[in-house]
Design a protein around this ligand. Structure first.
Ligand code: ATP
Length: 891
């Protein structure tokens, strides 16, 4: 690499390329790029800082109550209760490990996702165009730009065709800047005026270009102000926020109860004649253990874990979630607005018809026929193909196939098959690029010593610009009659569901300067019409039926014309006979109020501009709909941002649309959205189950300790036992409920209201009464053991109570699986993890009861068969009552 250095904008492209040792058409060689990467480092602004594992582990113990408990335990250790102290600390440690493992799982899920979302760049290396991770870019690389691309590094343009770049992130200028390659001699130009340069973190609004990378990573303009990029962190989701605030309130309540338990405990101890210091420590330990066990400090973390595991499962189904809140919102989606092309259809576009003059020719799918060779008007037909292939940005790939927009690759394929390729694609000297609003594209070519403009686009758009037409090889003035005839042809193709494109041309003077774009695209001569098929995806009708059952409305929004949209809409079963199709032009005439009144009934929108999508989202949201909206183009970004769930396309989408989205479809498939909604519902359902489970168990623990302190001179549950109950129930069963398989009917019910959190009043009441009933199990054995069976030792009664509390909570988890179906139904066993959790936890409990060493630590005695029977009956009773109430209510 030569040592001469910028200002790059003042140098000619050739000089820049020379200085950077690069070649505009071949790029760098791979070995050279590897060497440069080693020298310059990866093109990444900041390696994401990972919290080291030990820190995350330590974080598990960063809780005030745990510290208080640890201190209390140490005090008790000094008083001689060494074994007890060690056991309590061990349980705390186990609890910490459990939390750490859960969090690590979530972390891994999120990390895998970040890797999947790593930005790519189209680069020329070793003479080949290829997609590389943007992090691999080095100075000297040649990067190819198209509309909607993010610019991955700073660089000097070496080619620019109608290129405009949105630099608002750097300069604040909202109007995209027009770019060119001519050097700018003024060396002190500010960034926004360097029109021959492009900068990382900006994006291509329209046009094409190539640039040679001059700076990467930290030395780019944005790298120098890198703090900007830290704002990417995920905001807390509504559920995380809800649970954080609920968690705080519960903590206060539990603390209040713990204080009461402490006070009553001291009173009881003094009544029983226990020395004050001993009474104090015991009461303190019980109160604090209760607080540690029952304060759900992990609630927000549980949500994060569940959401990020949902994220991972969604990724397995090709839905890449970019923002965590999407997992939640997806579950309450009520309206999906979907693009047609590529999402509802396969995006396997093929030319099926070519029409010139007055006679149509259907091209067979295998293209065996070469109509261009046989039929009259062969010259015009060849011209249609030449225009379709030249006014076209797709490229043939070396090993066969094509690279580019599916509409354009289809045209190129047809031209390659049906005409003599050497006649195609004369040198392009200027262009007005395609965008979804203009619905047309124009290129200017040098053919021999002439200049011609070629245009292709929507038939209505192109015909509006034609003053002449080719008929039987002659150019004639466009007449009303001819116009009607061509429109008729267009409609007949469109009503078969074809995407139609008209092509036109214009001879230009070879000497005069090229006219301005607006003038260039006038006075065109119509040449012919192409019909392209793109069959619907096979899975779409099924996915639509699922939406219908799930109370989710679907609307198709397409840039294609009304007849095409109607045909496809009917074919996939979205549109019924007689239902209306609203066009962009009609939308334009509707006031916001009129649109809001109509929007809930419209299933198909045709010939819309991206700006219309924004209005549709707003209109739907005004009815309280939760809207998922798909988009792929640069101009779709505002609608994607405005929608509750912006869905971008992974295959054909632009970087800009992906960045504006909440979720990316790796396969561009509509059915994937529906699958993601299903996953979203499942995540929410499971979170609900876990949270109801944890909180109702906590209520039962608090209540049993609170109530029994009044009746028993010594604590009926020892601190260690309390912590154990909490560990056993918070651990395996909660995890198992978190991965509960969805009920078969998960997509057969209406969406949950978006505002509805998990802990609505109804559920708070549910937690309280169900928690109280669980307590009843404990109280029953307490009464049985201590009152009705006076022969029982206090240890035996306590062991029964201890075991009953574990068992009743485990069984309760089964009841929470369904809000409607009985716990006694066969499907209760279909969550194998939960069955394993029950068996596993009960085995642990058995260890505590039957292994002598543990028995000593936990102060338990082995239970006799009759004790077990009492425990079982006591545990089953509340479960049966809860189930009865649930099933009756569900009827
Ligand atoms: P959908 O909205 O169904 O997903 P789309 O977003 O791909 O379709 P656009 O790409 O905006 O729709 O196309 C809108 C119209 O513009 C098409 O109906 C066609 O008439 C025209 N068109 C599409 N692609 C091109 C192109 N490459 N060159 C010229 N005109 C085009």
């Amino acid at each position: 690499m030569a040592e001469t250095r910028g200002p790059w904008h003042a140098m000619t492209p050739d000089l820049v390329l020379e200085a950077l040792g690069s070649d505009p058409s071949a790029g760098l060689t791979s070995p050279e790029a590897v060497a440069r990467l080693a020298a310059a480092g990866p093109n990444q602004l900041r390696a994401s800082v990972r919290t080291p594992a030990w820190r995350r582990f330590a974080g598990q113990f960063n809780d005030f109550m745990i510290w208080v408990l640890a201190v209390a335990v140490l005090i008790s250790a000094f008083e001689g209760e060494l074994l007890d102290a060690v056991a309590i600390l061990t349980i705390l440690l186990l609890n910490g490990i459990l939390g750490f493992l859960q969090e690590s799982r979530a972390e891994r899920a999120m990390e895998a996702l970040r890797e999947m979302a790593a930005p790519l760049a189209t680069v020329v290396r070793d003479g080949r165009q290829q997609q590389l991770a943007a992090a691999m870019l080095v100075p000297g690389d040649i990067v190819v730009l198209a509309a909607g691309d993010n610019i991955p590094a700073d660089g000097r343009l070496v080619e620019a065709a109608a290129l405009r770049v949105d630099e608002s992130s750097l300069t604040g200028e909202s109007v995209p800047a027009a770019k060119h390659v001519e050097p700018l001699p003024d060396e002190r130009l500010v960034l926004g005026d360097r029109r021959d340069m492009v900068y990382a973190s900006t994006s291509v609004a329209v046009g094409r270009g190539r640039f040679v990378v001059t700076e990467t990573a930290g030395t780019t303009e944005v790298g120098r102000i890198a703090e900007m990029l830290d704002a990417q962190e995920n905001e807390p989701t509504p559920l995380q926020r809800e649970l954080k605030s609920v968690g705080k309130r519960i903590a206060l309540l539990v603390l209040a109860v713990a204080v009461a338990v402490f006070a009553v405990g001291i009173w009881q101890a003094s009544r029983a004649g226990v020395p004050l210091s001993r009474g104090l420590t015991v009461a303190l330990l019980v109160a604090i253990s209760l607080a540690v066990a029952a304060i759900p400090e992990g609630l927000p973390a549980i949500v994060t874990v569940a959401l990020s595991l949902g994220v991972r499962r969604m990724a397995e189904h090709n839905a890449i979630v970019r923002k965590l809140h999407a997992v939640e919102t997806l579950g309450s989606t009520t309206f999906i607005c979907s693009d047609k092309t590529g999402t509802l259809t396969r995006n396997e576009m093929r030319v099926r018809s070519i029409l010139v003059g007055t006679d149509p020719v259907e091209i067979l799918p295998d293209w065996a026929e070469r109509p261009a060779d046989r039929v009259p008007d062969a010259a015009d037909r060849a011209l249609v193909l030449a225009i379709a292939a030249s006014c076209n940005d797709a490229e043939p790939l070396e090993g066969g196939g094509y690279l580019g927009d599916p509409t354009e690759t289809a045209l190129l394929a047809a031209a390659d098959n049906l005409a003599a390729p050497e006649r195609l694609r004369p040198r392009r000297i200027a262009e007005v690029p395609f965008d979804s609003e203009r619905k047309r594209m124009t290129t200017v070519h040098a053919v021999d010593d002439r200049r011609v403009a070629y245009m292709k686009g929507g038939a209505d758009v192109v015909l509006g610009l034609c003053t002449h037409a080719r008929v039987h090889g002659e150019t004639t003035a466009m007449t009303e009659e001819l116009l009607l005839l061509i429109h008729g042809q267009d409609e007949s193709l469109a009503s078969k569901g074809y995407r139609t494109l008209a092509v036109a041309m214009r001879e230009l003077s070879a000497e005069d300067p090229l006219p301005e774009d607006e003038v260039l695209e006038t006075g065109m001569t119509y040449v012919g019409l192409l019909g392209l098929v793109d069959p619907p995806r096979a899975e779409v009708p099924e996915a639509l039926a699922t939406c219908r059952r799930a109370g989710i409305e679907v609307a198709m929004i397409t840039g294609d014309q009304a007849l095409t949209a109607r045909a496809i809409g009917t074919e996939i079963g979205l549109l019924e006979e007689g239902e209306r199709v609203v066009t962009g032009a009609e939308l334009e005439r509707m006031s916001d109020e009129a649109l809001a009144a109509a929007v809930e009934d419209v299933r198909v929108y045709a010939r819309v501009d991206p700006a219309h999508k924004l209005r549709i989202v707003d209109a739907l949201k005004s009815h309280g709909e939760v809207v998922a909206m798909t988009g792929d183009g640069v101009n779709d970004a505002p609608a994607l941002k405005r929608a509750d769930i912006g869905v971008a396309m992974g295959l054909v989408g632009t970087d800009v649309s992906r960045e504006a989205s909440d979720m990316v479809l790796a396969d561009d498939d509509f059915a994937t959205i529906v699958e993601a909604v299903r996953e979203g519902r499942m995540v929410f359902d499971n979170l609900r189950k876990v949270i109801l489970f944890l909180l109702s168990c906590n209520v039962s623990e608090v209540l049993i300790v609170f109530v029994t302190t009044f009746f028993s001179p010594t604590p009926v549950l020892l601190p260690l036992q309390l912590l154990w109950i909490n560990l056993v129930t918070d651990g395996l069963p909660a995890l198992a409920l978190g991965v509960d398989p969805p009920g078969r009917r998960i997509m057969d019910r209406a969406p949950r209201s978006a505002e509805e959190g998990i802990l609505v009043r109804r559920r708070q009441i549910q937690i309280l009464w169900q928690g109280s009933l669980l307590t009843a199990a404990g109280l029953l054995v307490f009464v049985w053991g201590q009152v009705l069976m006076p022969g029982h030792s206090p240890e035996r009664a306590r062991t029964m109570l201890f075991t009953a509390m574990v068992l009743v909570q485990l069984l309760h988890a089964f009841g929470l699986r369904s809000e409607t179906r009985s716990v006694w139904s066969a499907s209760s066993l279909c969550n194998r993890w939960l069955v394993a959790a029950l068996l596993g936890s009960m085995s642990l409990q058995a260890l505590v009861l039957y292994v002598p060493a543990l028995r000593q630590v936990f102060a338990t005695v082995p239970l006799a068969a009759t004790d077990w029977l009492a425990v079982l009956v006591a545990a089953l009773l509340p479960i049966a009552v809860i189930d009865l109430v649930k099933v009756r209510r569900a009827r």
